[in-house]
Design a protein around this ligand. Sequence first.
Ligand code: SAH
Ligand code: SF4
Length: 349
Amino acid sequence: MNKPTNLYDLNYDELTNLLHNLGEPSFRARQVWNWLYRHLAGSVDEMTNLPQSLREKLAGQTTLGTAVIASQQFSSDDQTKKLLFRLPDGQYIETVLMRYEKRRTLCISTQAGCAMGCVFCATGQMGFFRNLSVGEIVAQVIHFARELAQTGEHVTNIVMMGMGEPLHNYEATLTAVDRLTDNEGFNLGARKITISTVGLVPAMRRYADEQRQTPLAVSLHAATDEERDKLIPINRKWPIAELMAACHYYIEKTGRRLTFEWALINGENDTIEQAQKLGQLVQGMLCHVNLIPLNPTQGYGGAPSSRERVEAFQAELARYGVSSTVRVRRGIDIQAGCGQLRDRTVDSG
Ligand code: SAH
Ligand code: SF4
């Protein structure tokens, strides 16, 4: 038997073709598209304006997403929910919903595992399994959108900060962005989706050339090659000078502000010297720095910086005129750092 088609893997033309092949007129595609992306149907049965015979055919040959929930966790304040999904081939991915004031932010995965091997990252520690398909990326969002719709809420923001390196799965990730921002479909504003990259220089330049509206965040974490080499192996391929050149290129091409991510690791990259080097590196740039105390992981001995050290780091940056925000890791009590729920669930059986 053929594998069922995940309807979220199809673009509009492909959906039209699929329906043509089932003997259906073109307007059916619009109807199904609306069910998928506007009404967030949970099953083909809910698509009540389709003939029963078509619903039966679709139910036999297609699926609305392929992932099943393997486990879930809530933070103690109930504001963060993390799901571990199992894919049909046995891979696991994580998606996190964070509620903060009026925001409903999803942190989604773009790959099962990650090939980049950043030493402090739970996903990096598990290695790379495979890329996610467009439908597997999109379905994470639709799942939570459906859930939120039950209480009249909706997804307001998406960050590509779950498992995987989005720009290492460029086509699928950016196609998923296009799908989620389609104004005849899910219609999320492009500015509401942040793509976070470890710093894949050629892909960053391509992204800049495409002049997309989706904001970019760069995981810098260190301001000298000596320090960054220790934390982020890919730095040996694209060292800081090349990365910064790509960052400047992005800002020039798009006129958009860039975000730098910096996980503060006690006694490692949280020194005044690193703050000064960072200040020198990004001074005058159209950018903002997010400081995030490290989320401890099983495979790495580092600890989060103390509050005093975080404040001292931030104060030093301010001396260079560099704006920064200290981010609280929401849901730290449910291992909401990327890769951590899979680790716990899969390692324990
Ligand atoms: N691969 C992309 C996006 C996924 S990781 C990237 O690296 O940017 C999302 C963010 O979480 C990155 O900034 C990453 O450096 C950070 N991160 C990973 N593990 C972390 C940890 N244990 N503590 C704090 N931040 C972490
Ligand atoms: Fe991959 Fe990002 Fe984790 Fe590095 S921090 S291993 S790039 S997911």
